[in-house]
Ligand binder design. Structure first.
Ligand code: URA
Length: 211
């Protein structure tokens, strides 16, 4: 795996993730926890943003103070539909980020992703991109999303999820070894339906209460 997989072990994230995994956790609580964790993930994924100094005036003195170097805001790309949960949390911390959406559904028989929607900022080629989806399971959707995003030539791409399966990481890193994966946990395996075990169930259903 090398340095490509960044496992975020922060105790607050781990504790909140355990609450999310519990079958009895309500939709409202699940949504709230995902938002909280996503703010913490946003903190980690933006750790290497470049800074520059700007001369400002405090009430007491002038100061050369650090501000973000790039005048082009980050783009957060949500893989629909469950990516919305991470997007909402990240926007709390980075409210001026730009947003893109990619709609992919998994064909339930083949597990192959089919694109049905794609909308990103027109000048994405000048921006850094963070793609978000809570579950890196087979990796098919993530691989397809990154492939599609690469065709728009952004400055950089990172992928952020909550949970990853070893199979998904293996698949993703083989095809996109240049894209770092940020995840809060690497679980045991996939089941025969492509669900992460032990996992947390269907992230979209739990987030939106559709089951
Ligand atoms: N998508 C989910 O929502 N959950 C899984 O376990 C795998 C893919």
């Amino acid at each position: 795996m090398g340095n490509q997989v960044i496992l975020i072990k922060h105790p607050l994230i781990q504790h909140k993730l355990t609450l999310m995994r519990k079958a009895e956790t309500s939709t409202a609580k699940f949504r709230f926890l995902l938002k909280e964790i996503s703010m913490l993930l946003a903190y980690e994924v933006t750790r290497d943003l470049q800074l520059k100094c700007e001369l400002i005036q405090t009430p007491l003195a002038p100061m050369n103070a650090p501000v973000l170097a790039s005048d082009k805001k980050l783009v957060i790309i949500s893989i629909q539909r469950a990516g919305q949960g991470i997007l909402d949390g990240m926007l709390e911390l980075i409210p001026s980020a730009r947003v893109g959406h990619i709609g992919l559904y998994r064909d339930p028989k083949t597990l192959i992703p089919v694109e049905y929607y794609f909308k990103v900022p027109h000048d994405i080629n000048k921006r850094d991109v963070v793609i978000v989806d809570p579950m890196l399971a087979t990796g098919n959707s993530a691989v397809a999303a990154v492939e599609r995003l690469k065709s728009t030539n952004p400055q950089s791409i990172k992928f952020v999820c909550l949970l990853a399966a070893p199979e998904g990481i293996e698949h993703f890193t083989q095809i996109h070894p240049d894209v770092p994966i940020y995840t809060a946990a690497i679980d045991e395996k996939l089941d025969e339906h492509g669900y992460i075990i032990p996992g947390l169930g269907d992230a979209g259903d739990r987030l939106f209460g559709t089951k």
